[in-house]
Design a binder for this molecule. Structure first.
Ligand code: PEP
Ligand code: MG
Length: 570
């Protein structure tokens, strides 16, 4: 019989397939005791399971590359840390040794105990970490029973589950799963962000899914509207086919835009650069006709390994990016470790009281000059192979830029006298992501050749809303009147001084925000290659003159609703 319900459409796309219900995260274990002489064997069983899960997490980490490594890696690291937590390990040992519980029951008891502690915390971020605890416990439980902890997907099926971790999502897509429906989860979760960049339809926050869908039912999913139809009838199938046709038409249309200019209706050319962090990203950006690489995140070289990469390894990566873009500009951002991007090499400071406001980005680079020098040497050497410029993250004041410029000058001299061929002039730019730098831009813009606005961090610092704290929900959002005014002023200041200005945060890659950025005067975007064609299409349908004339109304908006209203009529 036909049933229908809805959740939140977290990642658009349509799918029709048989449902497979998987609930690996639930831990239903009844009380179970063991004999005294079985304690040692039980402990050994537990420790083997822990070692296996450690290996699994490491293996997953190594299989990730490109943007996935960046987005999913942080979660895997967090889960690996939990697994090393003495509180967790000792507690389990004690329950088995003293309580003579089975490893399974000890795991459940201890999970509930820790979850109770997390739940009692004032800090919503810690409360929300129960989800991470459950992912780790779920894996351990699976390892104890030698079955797969990963949500296993089957090609052509739609997975229905309680919740999905970012690492699982990446895996499910490669297994050919058509769509995912989860009872829990939110639109702002990292899984949701990742599903959007993977183009995998995802409906979250649909508790009815677990009651309404049975294993093997046929299900139609609309990832945009969050609608789910179980056992669809003829009219549903017709509607589904209509949506798929529309989707296909859109994809084809987008594909044709690969070789088209990014030109507004009134004939103004806008430059679309790509954000990249791997050779694959560079190749994709080139194929899509990106104007160049506007943000090459160098952290991935440092995050996927134990020690620090040496100058040679870095040089090869940067040189390959330059060669891959065949003469188009490549913007290498210097290391932006720290805050939520900590490495395993010990470069970042352990346990800073407030890491997002701590020693990250250029602050860390200047504090660890030997590491910074080896990176700058590698970048400057790559400049001998094609157009390249250097972008410095987390700039707060003029002195930082001057210090970097001084180092570059000295290193360039050393390299030339060492016989290296490097570019005559390597432009130096600052990321504008600290509000102080945005507000006082005119005080140091003379010291840089270009700027790029990091709206991801600028939003979090301007609104004092942690970009990784899901508990803050909608508070972390760029559509705030303060953000509109700041962006307008930054773009205006840069243009007045004839310095190129781009936006390279996620905002630039969302076609819903394109009219707004154009209205504020932006002419250079740097965005994930996955959304480049959509933004190009949006730009080609917009009249720049008309948008600019509407900018005062945008700046008068008093809240997010007002800005959204402006966007709806733009
Ligand atoms: C930003 O902050 O907007 C940005 C592009 O840098 P990241 O997301 O790497 O911090
Ligand atoms: Mg940033």
């Amino acid at each position: 019989m036909r049933r229908t319900f809805s959740g939140h459409g977290a990642s658009r796309g349509n799918a029709l397939g048989r449902a497979r219900i998987r609930l690996p995260h639930a831990l239903e274990v009844s009380e179970e005791h063991i004999r005294a002489d079985a304690v040692e064997a039980e402990l050994e069983r537990l420790h083997e399971a822990i070692a296996q899960v450690r290996g699994e997490l490491r293996g997953l980490r190594e299989r990730l590359h490109g943007a996935l490594a960046h987005e999913v890696g942080e979660f895997l690291d967090l889960h690996a840390l939990l697994l090393d937590d003495p509180e967790l390990l000792q507690g389990l040992d004690e329950l088995i040794r003293k309580g003579r519980y089975s490893a399974d029951y000890a795991l459940r008891l201890h999970r509930d105990r820790l979850a109770g502690v997390f739940e009692g915390m004032d800090n919503a971020y810690f409360r929300s970490r129960i989800e991470d605890l459950d992912h780790v416990v779920g894996r351990l439980h699976a390892a104890l029973h030698s079955h797969e902890a990963e949500l296993q997907g089957v090609a052509g099926e739609i997975l229905v589950t309680d919740n999905v971790a970012p690492s699982e999502l990446a895996q499910l897509q490669s297994q050919g799963v058509l769509a995912v429906i989860t009872a829990g989860g939110s639109m702002l979760s990292h899984s949701a962000i990742l599903a959007r960049s993977l183009h995998l339809p995802l409906v979250v926050g649909a508790p009815e899914a677990l009651q309404q869908i049975n294993d093997g039912d046929v299900v139609a999913v609309d990832g945009a509207g969050g609608q789910v139809v179980v056992e669809p009838n003829a009219a549903d199938l017709r509607a589904y086919r209509g949506r798929v046709r529309e989707e296909r038409r859109e994809r084809k249309q987008l594909h044709r835009l690969r070789r088209e200019p990014t030109r507004t209706l009134d004939g103004v050319d806008i430059r679309l650069y790509a954000n990249a962090e791997s050779r694959e990203d560079v190749a994709e950006s080139h194929a899509l006709g990106a104007a160049g690489i506007g943000l090459y995140r160098t952290e991935f070289l440092f995050l996927q390994r134990e020690g620090l990469p040496d100058e040679e390894e870095q040089f090869r990566a940067y040189r390959d990016a330059v060669l891959g873009m065949t003469g188009r500009m490549v913007t290498i951002r210097t290391l932006d470790l720290g805050a939520d991007k900590s490495d395993r090499s010990g470069l970042t400071l352990p346990r800073e009281p407030n890491p997002a406001m701590g020693c990250r980005g250029v602050r860390l680079s200047l504090a660890r000059e030997e590491v910074f020098v080896s990176q700058l040497r590698a970048i400057l050497r790559a400049s001998g192979y094609g157009p390249l410029r250097i972008l410095v993250p987390m700039v707060t004041e003029r002195a930082e830029i001057l210090a970097v410029a001084g180092l570059i000058k000295r290193i360039a001299r050393d390299l030339r006298s060492g016989g290296h061929e490097i570019a005559e002039h390597v432009p130096l730019g600052a990321m504008i992501e600290v509000p102080a730098a945005a507000i006082a831009l005119s005080s140091f813009i003379g010291a840089v050749d270009f700027i790029s606005v990091g709206t991801n961090d600028l939003t979090q610092y301007l609104l004092a809303a942690d970009r990784n704290n899901e508990a803050l929900g909608e508070l972390y959002h760029p559509l705030h009147p303060a953000m509109m005014r700041l962006l307008r002023n930054v773009i205006r200041t840069a243009k007045a001084r004839r310095k190129p200005v781009a936006v390279c945060g996620e905002m630039a890659g969302d076609p819903a925000f394109t009219p707004l950025l154009l209205a504020l005067g932006l002419e250079e975007f740097s965005l994930h290659p996955g959304t480049l064609l959509e933004v190009r299409r949006a730009i080609r349908a917009l009249d720049l003159g008309r948008l600019r004339a509407q900018a005062p109304a945008l700046l008068r908006a008093r809240d997010r609703a007002g800005i959204e209203k402006w966007l709806a009529s733009a």
